[in-house]
Ligand binder design. Structure first.
Ligand code: FJE
Ligand code: FE
Length: 296
């Protein structure tokens, strides 16, 4: 990938993510995965979530994709039916490959409101049934770089000469940028990848220099080109994520938390989950500790 951006990608679509109810009493601003944008290959869902106890995401399954949870505020405890348990706090990351099957809970672990981003990345047909896997990174282990008023946290991929160690089964980049007033950035993106921006704080100009500024909770789909141009022409900090991925180009069949290629595979998955087979064996006995704490 070249280090210079000569043909910045235009913004081709813009969505404001409004709050909606999800899980049990939780709120998400869903941008990808809503009715108007069911899929942005390979991305299935992007939720900016907000949960306050006793609300949360109690015991539920996943199959066929990855969930990437990046905390912005507070803390979330996750536990799964294999006995894997952990708490992620502001700035921490959990990159979970559900593969053939995970059953887990994701519940608040601090006072007040827990906020973060959860991205669902599809897996190719040949990887949908792989063993589940976790990659976790504490905030202090996430590499950062800064240059000319731009700060980047490299969650996946590479930016400003810094590379993340996160392994992305579906080739993906995930960068968290903060631009001081007056700063701008040109970030290369592989030509064939789909890419989007989601604005977290402040206002920014994306795509071309003359575009109007975009504010928080907006998703911007980028068109063709070799990278992103972003600029902060406001008087406050601008924070956004840039995510890109190699499209799979495969049929997608989704039933809630199960994402496969065909209806037959979905039927099989529902059967596997009901019968506790083919990766859901441990679902038979298991209930999260959270379910007792929160009484669900
Ligand atoms: C899920 C409804 C859900 N976005 N953001 C249905 F809410 C969920 C789910 C989540 C979720 C969890 C966190 Cl921690 C953050 C989220 C949706 O767990 F998986 C299905 N199927
Ligand atoms: Fe989940």
């Amino acid at each position: 990938m070249s280090n210079v951006v000569t043909d910045p990608r235009p913004v081709v679509r813009k969505f404001l993510a409004r709050p909606q109810h999800e899980g049990v009493g939780a709120t998400v601003r869903r941008s990808i995965g809503r009715f108007e944008l069911k899929y942005f290959d390979p991305f299935l869902v992007l939720d900016e979530f907000s949960v306050t106890a006793p609300a949360g995401f109690p015991d539920h399954p996943h199959r066929g994709f990855e969930t990437v949870t990046y905390m912005l505020q507070g803390a979330v405890t996750h536990e799964d039916f294999e006995g894997h348990k952990g708490t992620i706090e502001a700035g921490d990351l959990q990159w979970m490959t559900a593969g053939r099957g995970i059953v887990h809970s994701e519940m608040p672990a601090a006072e007040g409101t827990q906020k973060g981003l959860q991205l669902w990345i599809n897996l190719s047909s040949k990887h949908k049934m792989i063993e589940p896997k976790y990659q976790e990174m504490k905030s202090t282990d996430i590499k950062e770089a800064s240059r000319n008023g731009v700060e980047v946290r490299v969650i996946a991929g590479e930016s400003l000469g810094v590379r993340s160690e996160i392994y992305t089964r579906t080739p993906t980049m995930y960068l968290d940028f903060t631009l001081k007033p007056g700063a701008h950035i040109r970030q290369p993106i592989p030509l064939s990848w789909n890419a989007f921006v989601y604005v977290l704080e402040g206002e920014g100009v994306f795509g071309k220099e003359r575009c109007s500024a975009v504010s928080a909770h907006h998703l911007l789909l980028l068109g063709e080109g070799d990278g992103l141009y972003a600029s902060n022409k406001s008087s406050k900090a601008l924070r956004f994520i840039l995510v890109g991925g190699e499209p799979l180009g495969e049929p997608v069949r989704q039933y809630g938390p199960f994402v496969m290629n065909t209806q037959e595979q979905i039927d099989q998955t529902i059967e596997d989950y009901e019968n506790c087979t083919n990766g859901f064996e441990k679902a038979r006995q298991w209930k999260s500790q959270s379910s007792f704490v929160f009484g669900y």
